[in-house]
Design a protein around this ligand. Structure first.
Ligand code: GRG
Length: 305
């Protein structure tokens, strides 16, 4: 039933993931004979290691909805995926989550070493902005500048990095529900949001279009995070001992604040359902053209991994 329900979406996700993988393959440096070759290997190892490619999907599906040309959407989707990859590499480091596995393989610092992993993350982050600045991203320099600025805001102190800082400074502490929502919006929601809003920037869309997309993506991001936490609990209660070949799910063992620890499993599930409904409501102005984004919202709610 579930397979039938999402088969069209999953095909589309697969084809976008393949296109992004190919674009990243071309963009990432590969002259391993250079003295800095190990850095290139680490960048490619982490960026070309699969993953759901959800954020690129958001960018490309939204670009398609708004009629942005493929060359631009691939550039932006790839830049965003490089930023996501950097955040995963750094998050896995011993100083943060200390995870040995990521996407079914050794995490970057385990495969290489901590120094190379830090540098690979740094290089992917900076390269993402270089890609946005390239002519292929948009012929309009104002559009490129807006993309660079808004992405920087989304992932910096007021967004992803800020959210991560709240996460580590509140470890083992009780924080209020509203603060947890704020943390999740910054840590996960901001990158989801710019993944959609970037399409509006490329399309020169009016402000109200951008606002609807932002509201969709924030609701989706929060639902995504709740479902992620629910999956953690599921895995925890199943007490699976052989997680080694899978992404290590460690939020609970690190005693981090989640919406589940604040409102419980049943309410968290209800909350995720409500958020997904709200996300879909924000797509109403786009009518039929937003079918894939709507399906993605339902997919996020029902995903098993
Ligand atoms: C700036 C170091 C640093 C971290 C920023 C995004 C982030 C904060 C940390 C990554 C770790 C984490 C558990 C984040 C919560 C959001 C989340 C579930 C990320 C994993 O995203 P998926 O499931 O991963 O889309 P794939 O592997 O499919 O790309």
């Amino acid at each position: 039933m579930r397979n039938n329900m999402f088969s069209k979406l999953e095909n589309e996700m697969q084809s976008i993931a393949t296109a992004v993988e190919k674009h990243l393959e071309n963009l990432l440096p590969k002259d391993f004979s250079l003295l800095e070759g190990e850095l290139f290997q680490a960048m490619r190892y982490s960026a070309l290691s699969g993953g759901k490619r959800l954020r690129p999907f958001l960018t490309i599906a939204t670009c398609n909805m708004l009629g942005v040309e493929e060359k631009s959407s691939l550039q932006v989707a790839s830049a965003i995926e490089l930023i996501h990859t950097y955040s995963l590499i750094h998050d896995d480091l011993p100083a943060l989550d200390n995870d040995d596995y990521r996407r079914g393989q050794a995490s970057c610092h385990k495969k290489f070493n901590e120094g190379i992993a830090i540098l690979a993350g740094d290089a992917l982050l900076t390269y993402a902005f270089e890609i946005l600045a390239q002519d292929d991203t948009s012929p309009d320099p104002k559009v490129r500048l807006e993309l660079i600025k808004d992405l920087a805001v989304a992932i910096g102190y007021a967004g992803m990095v800020g959210g991560q800082a709240i996460d580590i400074t509140t470890e083992n502490k009780q924080i209020e529900y509203n603060e947890i929502v704020r943390l999740q919006r910054m840590k996960t929601g901001a990158l989801f949001s710019i993944s959609c809003e970037a399409a509006a920037i490329l399309a020169h869309a009016p402000r109200h279009i951008r606002s609807s997309l932002r509201a969709y993506a924030y609701n989706l991001g929060l639902a995504f995070q709740i479902v992620d936490d629910l999956l953690d609990v599921q895995q925890d209660t199943m007490n699976i001992e052989h997680l080694h070949n899978y992404k290590k799910r460690s939020e609970l063992t690190h005693n981090k604040a989640t919406l589940i620890s604040s409102i419980g499993i049943a309410q968290a599930r209800n909350h995720a359902e409500m958020l997904v409904q709200q996300a879909m409501d924000h797509l109403l102005p786009f009518g039929q053209s937003s079918t894939l984004l709507k399906e993605l919202a339902l997919y996020v709610l029902h995903r098993q991994g």
